[in-house]
Design a protein around this ligand. Structure first.
Ligand code: FAD
Ligand code: EPU
Length: 349
């Protein structure tokens, strides 16, 4: 028997998106069990317009009011699936906060996600764009996700290969977009003594030295690494509780080597990193800054003055104003460098 859940009408989503955009959902339901999803599905609410699944709202730009149902994912709970001497496999329900998952793992001494500390949002959204930071991506520890098919009500399992993870990419942004609701995510983490720290991202090493962790001859702990990541992030990324934003607004573009060779003649200091398939990754933040837009303001929104890859809502900007700003950034970068930036943030209408 499906479990009934309240469906509320004309609901303000401003507190539910980190950009702080005021937009209304035609209907909204807060779900804490799969059985409640069955209830909504049997009412026929998933039939016309597919519903929008909302986690922490930290990777979306609400373009306007939503003439459809919004399902807020509040599934909670952790289960240990299996463990051996070296690893532990743990499943978290999709509504658990990602940062709390990282902190829980650290408290137990489970390594693997410490570099991903302080990323906002829910664990259920982590596979959508294969979250990544400071040299680690979700795919490095991912085992599987369970997902509810919004059309059939079937719960299917997607393993690492099924998910087709790439840089800020997965099958959930492509073939399965809008079709499933991820209900749980299972990770394989390392037990104390069996974890290989990833300190290759320059700023981590420097921060550990500044914090006195490395100088004193100590081997950093996973907690030291998480603390370093948190302090780097706090020094450049705006806190959504203070100023509306959704993190990096654009992806870092990956360009052919031949295009990079031409550009690097003109801009020898252009930072760059190797990318898969022989491509070269160029930081969008650098391109936007060089295009003269770091700190640019347009009405109530702008380009962050410490990290040009982040668009900010000083309030009260609308989705349309942020789209106009994003389009201006894309156009200015393309005119200067011939590189067309693509959004990382999901544009929702
Ligand atoms: P939401 O914004 O609620 O949803 C994002 C998309 O996923 C939407 O299309 C939504 O419909 C879909 N979705 C959400 N949950 C589910 C589900 N259970 N099933 C199916 N679809 C679902 N990202 C990084 O990768 N690395 C970073 O370093 C990083 N730093 C950030 C820093 C700041 C300050 C901010 C604001 C954002 C940052 N992000 C970063 C982006 C964001 O936090 C992540 O993408 C996060 O995983 C989004 O989670 P969420 O729950 O808020 O997703
Ligand atoms: N840069 C500038 N000017 C700026 C911003 C950056 O010149 O205004 C340069 C930096 O000097 C550096 C390079 O760009 O040489 C890269 O900057 P940074 O290390 O800050 O990382 P990023 O490429 O801007 C990416 C992710 C972040 C992630 C960090 C750390 C993307 C789109 N963004 O940012 O993810 O936290 O690396 O790994 O890949 C997110 O996805 O929302 C996000 C915040």
């Amino acid at each position: 028997m499906p479990t009934p859940v309240a469906v509320l009408n004309h609901y303000n989503l401003q507190p539910f998106n980190t950009f702080g955009i005021r937009a209304y959902a035609r209907q909204i339901a807060f779900i804490s069990s799969v059985s409640e999803l069955d209830y909504l599905r049997e009412l026929g609410l998933f039939e016309l317009e597919g519903p929008l699944v909302l986690g922490g709202g930290s990777n979306m730009l609400l373009m306007n009011d939503l003439d459809r149902l919004v399902i807020v994912n509040r599934l909670k709970g952790r289960t240990i699936i299996t463990q051996d001497t070296e690893t532990i496999t743990v499943r978290w329900a999709a509504g658990d906060s990602w940062h709390q998952v990282v902190m829980e793992a650290i408290a137990h001494g489970w390594g693997g996600i410490e570099n991903l500390a302080l990323i906002p949002g829910c664990i259920g959204a982590a596979p959508i764009q294969n979250i990544g930071a400071y040299g680690v991506e979700l795919k490095d520890v991912f085992v599987q996700a369970e997902a509810y098919d919004l059309r059939t009500g079937e719960v299917c399992t997607y393993n690492l290969v099924d998910c087709q993870f790439g840089y800020r990419e997965s099958i959930f942004k492509q073939a399965l977009k809008g079709k499933v609701l991820i209900t749980s995510v299972t990770l394989r983490l390392s037990k104390p003594g069996f974890h290989q720290l990833k300190l290759g991202y320059g700023a981590i090493q420097e921060t550990l030295e500044t914090n006195g962790v490395i100088v004193s001859g100590q081997v950093p702990s996973i907690n030291d690494v998480a603390k370093a990541v948190i302090s780097i992030r706090q020094s450049k990324l705006p806190d959504p509780a203070v100023v509306g934003n959704a993190g990096s607004f654009f992806k870092n573009p990956e360009i052919p080597q031949s295009q990079f060779d031409v550009l690097s003649q003109a801009y020898p200091t252009m930072p760059h990193y190797p990318a898969p398939h022989g491509l070269v990754k160029v930081p969008a933040g650098w391109l936007i800054e060089q295009a003269g837009m770091k700190g640019y303001k347009a009405g109530s929104c702008g380009v962050h003055d410490k990290q040009a890859l982040v668009l900010v809502n000083y309030g009260p900007a609308t989705g349309a104003e942020l789209i106009a700003l994003a389009e201006l950034v894309i156009s200015n970068v393309e005119s200067k460098f011939g590189i067309k930036l693509t959004p990382e943030v999901n544009w929702i209408s």
